[in-house]
Design a protein around this ligand. Structure first.
Ligand code: CAA
Length: 250
């Protein structure tokens, strides 16, 4: 690698985990653009000011990544800002939890579109270029619940398991061209998403975590930054659990 800074796009980049990922990548010297959801527009100026106060210049583009055209446009805007895209972290995601008997088709489709279709939409404009340039890092943020399933999350567990299937397939296609594709599967992280779980339900879940607490977003970002480093070129197709021991597998 030459000394030109790597250019990174983080989807869900203005969310709790995404913000920490943007920060971690920028602190390694990367130029970063965050993609956020249009519903967050009103809080973006404050988000940008907060990053600037930390000495980090991180651009923001807003788009509903569940929508193919909107996602493609957002990736093109990010590419215009950065020149090239060397690193893509897919961290955009939503929950629509309900036990299956109550789950609507709308809840199913919303989660599959935002969490899984968005990964296709955002990888599509960059993957061929990464292969052509001989370097790329793609990290998909899945979930422990894509590995073990979760009561009330048939939609989310399916989408997150699907993300890792996608990771493994794309990893094989990128391997010869210096493009790694990996999944990071967080457990329960202290974010607005988990704060929306009923307190008694959350307490029961956290009681099952061997480490005995929820994760901090920065603990996820640390692992993502490791995978995005140029030195991590021999790690591909992996699913790295960051779950405090909630789910262990061989
Ligand atoms: N196993 C078995 N039964 C369970 C259960 C479980 N884990 N959790 C709830 N139930 C049972 C209850 O005991 C209750 O039984 P009875 O009807 O016999 O009393 C019944 O399910 C309640 O069902 P309802 O549909 O009426 O429940 P609800 O609407 O109050 O809540 C739920 C359902 C929203 C799915 C709730 O259980 C819940 O929030 N579960 C947690 C889901 C979860 O972990 N979400 C993670 C969000 S964060 C995230 O996704 C990030 C990440 O990657 C980890």
């Amino acid at each position: 690698m030459n000394s030109t800074p790597l250019k990174a796009v983080v989807t869900g980049g203005t969310g709790a985990i995404g913000t920490e990922i943007c920060r971690a990548l920028a602190q390694t010297g990367m130029q970063v653009v965050a993609l956020g959801h249009p519903a967050e527009a009103s809080r973006i100026p404050e988000w940008e000011r907060a990053r600037a106060a930390e000495g980090l210049s991180i651009g923001v583009e807003l788009a509903d990544l569940a929508d193919a055209e909107a996602a493609t446009r957002a990736m093109q805007c990010a590419q215009q800002r950065l020149g090239t895209i060397d690193v893509l972290v897919n961290a955009a995601g939503i929950t629509r939890d309900a036990r299956f008997t109550k789950m609507t088709l709308e809840q199913w489709r919303a989660v599959l579109a935002s969490n899984l279709d968005s990964v296709f939409h955002c990888c599509k404009p960059v993957f061929a270029d990464m292969c052509a340039r001989g370097f790329g890092r793609i990290v998909n943020i899945a979930s422990v619940n894509g590995q073990k399933g979760q009561f009330g999350q048939a939609n989310y567990s399916a989408a997150k398991a699907g993300m890792h299937g996608f990771t493994m397939a794309l990893a094989q296609e990128g391997a010869r061209y210096g493009v790694t594709v990996n999944t990071v599967s967080p457990g329960y992280v202290r974010t607005p998403m988990t704060a929306a779980i009923k307190p008694d339900v959350l307490q029961t879940i956290v009681a099952q975590v061997p480490v005995g607490r929820m994760a901090e977003p920065a603990e996820i970002a640390h692992v993502v930054a490791f995978l995005c480093a140029p030195e991590s070129g021999y790690v591909t197709g992996a699913n790295i659990p960051v779950n405090g021991g909630l789910y262990m597998s061989a």
